[in-house]
Design a protein around this ligand. Structure first.
Ligand code: F6P
Length: 490
């Protein structure tokens, strides 16, 4: 069990991720205000953390200080233990690593987000294709140091035989580094992203590609969200490392590691309860008024290139051009969370989203009809309200590990929303039977799917949404977490 005291504190169960369950902002009075961290990973894990004590032993979440405010909080906390400094962390024990700013920028922005994220999501276009020169070597060295800092912190805080669950592409080197220091601990690594096939993954310098695969193979178990991602990872190991792959087992360097699938779902009861609270209901009323009786085509995303927001808007424009019968009767509501604006590609993408929304407005808008409404804000209750009111929910990513919006949207729907789902989202491996499945690059087909969705008969909509909501509720975060623990602890 956990022992008190920051220095000597050791936990039986540890989670490691770049972004933690809490982040800080500076209030007008100069004081630090803790807020819930954003993103799918944090939403998934936040609940789990509250149960951890019942699960036998305290859970410690090790994460990074992402901003100046986070760094201030981490520095003021004994041993970086945010919870012990009296901040509300939603019940979690949290150690925030206060890393050098330049090192963090190189590891997180340059390597994790600008390089690995693009490679894993097949996002490179001729204008963004990387050149791996001397500057990248420096970035990569920072990524190695960043991973080493995590491995050291975990090694220090893990009780003998502890289980450590390492999350995502930021921390691919941690499993092998941690195993080298602490061979007694059990390690799982989970990828919340897709994985790319060897032909694409090999875009990385050979030494980097091999280091990532070897780093992850230091785990006892590798978790993925969908079959295609696990398969692509195994293919990379075979082709790049010369590993032997039999079924889901990968043998390399004298060890055999298995890949497993844990298709994360949502906690339906919790989400539905959340959607009935006053803050969401207030927003439901506001959005109903805004829609003015129009049918609602909704999307909720981070302003993220892989989410394919621009093609979604383009498809909506084609719908309006091809089907004038919808003029005055439909509105596209786009809720976008600002994301990764330190990177120029993301700033430009957000501008492109704003541009096309303005073009649609200019082409079709009238005094009495708002064809599109774009909100770039970080308002989760507003997104829940939008999803609950959707007639059509558009989830058309170019590639996505899972996409929890597809699941949340079905669970909170009050209007039997029809789901338009990209075949490249991990969620499609579970939800294809009752969604309208689209090729994310095919704008015309997506526009036609919108028309089909808007004209679908109510009985069919109801049956489909019901079945999709049931699928969405499978393997909610607690069960997802438990399943991974059982596999490595057993
Ligand atoms: O796995 C994807 C992920 O890392 C999740 O944490 C979350 O969905 C999103 O990306 C958040 O990205 P960031 O932490 O860079 O804002």
């Amino acid at each position: 069990a956990a022992q008190a005291g920051a220095g000597s504190f050791q936990a039986d169960l540890l989670v490691a991720s770049n972004r933690g369950p809490v982040s800080f902002a500076v209030g007008d009075d100069g004081l630090l205000i803790p807020r819930r961290g954003g993103g799918g990973l944090v939403s998934g894990l936040a609940q789990v953390v509250q149960d951890a004590p019942e699960d036998g032993g305290e859970l410690l979440w090790v994460c990074t200080a992402l901003s100046e405010a986070d760094r201030r909080a981490a520095r003021s906390a004994p041993g970086g233990r945010i919870d012990q400094a009296g901040y509300d962390t939603g019940g979690a024990s949290v150690r925030m690593l206060d890393l050098d700013r330049v090192l963090f920028d190189r590891a997180y922005n340059a390597v994790a987000n600008r390089t690995l994220w693009f490679v894993l999501h097949l996002l490179h276009s001729p204008s963004t294709e990387p050149s791996f020169g001397a500057s990248f070597r420096q970035d990569w060295a920072a990524y190695e140091d960043y991973n080493a800092a995590f491995a050291e912190a975990l090694a220090e805080q893990a009780a003998p035989g502890a289980c450590v669950l390492v999350q995502d592409y930021h921390l691919t080197l941690v499993p092998a580094l941690l195993r080298a220091i602490r061979p007694d601990v059990r390690i799982a690594h989970f990828s919340h992203t897709p994985w790319s096939p060897p032909q694409y993954f090999r875009m990385l310098p050979d030494s980097v590609a091999a280091a990532i695969l070897r780093g992850m193979l230091g785990a006892d178990r590798l978790g993925f969200l969908a079959p295609a991602w696990a398969e692509a990872f195994r293919e990379c190991c075979a082709e790049i490392l010369g590993a032997t792959v039999e079924g889901d087992a990968i043998s390399a360097g004298g060890r055999t590691v298995r890949t497993s699938l844990y298709p994360l779902g949502v906690d339906a009861a919790e989400l539905r309860d959340r959607a009935t609270r006053p803050d969401v209901q207030e927003r439901v009323a506001e959005l109903r008024e805004l829609a003015g009786g129009c049918r609602l085509v909704v999307r909720v995303d981070r302003t993220e290139l892989s989410k394919n927001i621009v093609r979604g808007l383009d498809a909506y424009r084609e719908l309006l051009r091809a089907h004038p019968e919808w003029h005055g009767r439909v509105m596209h509501l786009v809720c976008a969370y600002p994301s990764r604006h330190d990177l120029p590609e993301y700033r430009e993408y957000t501008a492109a989203v704003q541009r096309i929304a303005a073009e649609i407005e200019a082409e079709f808008g009238t005094e009495s009809w708002l064809p599109v409404h774009l909100e770039i804000s970080d308002d989760f209750p507003r997104s829940l309200a939008a999803m609950s009111l959707a007639d059509v929910l558009v989830v058309n990513p170019i590639r996505d590990g899972m996409n929890l919006v597809a699941k949340e949207g079905m669970v909170v729907s009050t209007e039997n929303a029809v789901l338009i789902l990209s075949r490249e989202a991990g969620a499609c491996s579970q939800m294809s039977a009752d969604a309208l499945v689209v090729n994310p690059f095919d704008v015309t087909a997506t526009a036609e799917a919108m028309h089909t969705a808007l004209t679908m008969d109510p009985a069919q909509r109801c049956a489909r949404t019901g079945r999709l909501a049931a699928i969405a509720a499978q393997l909610p975060p607690r069960a997802w977490f438990r399943a991974q623990l059982d596999e490595i602890a057993g």
